[in-house]
Design a protein around this ligand. Structure first.
Ligand SMILES: Nc1nc2c(c(=O)[nH]1)N[C@H]1C(S)=C(S)[C@@H](COP(=O)(O)O)O[C@H]1N2
Ligand SMILES: [Mo]
Length: 197
């Protein structure tokens, strides 16, 4: 008996259209960390935005969450070729964090407890495209996955989603972060396979 699924034809019959080129679906959730896992209690956690002029704004755990938590349904794509589809996340959109910040910067460096950094063009973090996330698939984020909070930028390769994030620095120039300095792409769009440069 033959079975045809609408939207899947010919050679791509077995390929989920949500998978960017070169990606394979996983059902588990791999852990990829460049160093040890920091353990940050929410009472000790804070998040600081630094503008291109050096002005800083800091929120504690309750203050940041009070900006407004959203539900996010999304897929994530790691540059090491795995994608995890249909995840459910909760977090505060970057729009709400930057709403009161006076800036003309074009780029952002995300900073993490432990020293990890990653650069992203500011427009890619706005208009509901990025969050500081606290929960994934119905549970608080495990420390291994970046808990208590991580950046979530699902439209870019997952190395841009800084685990244990503790701040954003607004920049006039697109300076490379940790992996970008090691040869990963400055931008990292999975649909364009922007893996390395
Ligand atoms: N602070 C920090 N964030 C990080 C990393 C890291 O090593 N340190 N690794 C990045 C990479 S390469 C990937 S693929 C994802 C992995 O997230 P996961 O371990 O939750 O799957 O986190 C990204 N964020
Ligand atoms: Mo990665």
């Amino acid at each position: 008996m033959s079975f045809i699924t609408r939207g899947f034809t010919g050679r791509s019959r077995d390929r989920d259209p949500r998978l960017p080129p070169g990606q394979t679906k996983v059902d588990d959730w791999p852990v990829l960390s460049a160093g040890p896992t920091p353990r940050i209690a929410t009472e000790d956690w804070s998040f600081t935005v630094t503008t291109e002029t050096g002005a800083t704004t800091t929120w504690n755990w309750d203050e940041l969450r009070a900006l407004g938590i959203e539900d996010i349904d999304t897929d994530i794509h790691c540059v090491t070729h795995w994608s995890k589809l249909d995840m459910h996340w909760r977090g505060v959109p970057i729009d709400k964090i930057l709403a009161g910040i006076d800036t003309h910067a074009g780029y952002v460096m995300a900073h993490s407890y432990g020293g990890y950094t990653t650069n992203v063009p500011l427009p890619e973090l706005l208009n509901g495209q990025a969050w500081v996330a606290f929960e994934a698939d119905g549970a608080p984020l495990d420390p291994e996955h970046g808990g208590p909070a991580r950046l979530l930028v699902p439209k870019l390769y997952f190395w841009k989603s800084a685990k244990w994030v503790n701040g954003l620095t607004l920049m006039d120039r697109d300076d490379p972060g940790f992996w970008e300095s090691a040869g990963y792409h400055l931008h990292g769009d999975p649909w364009k396979e922007e893996r390395y440069w």
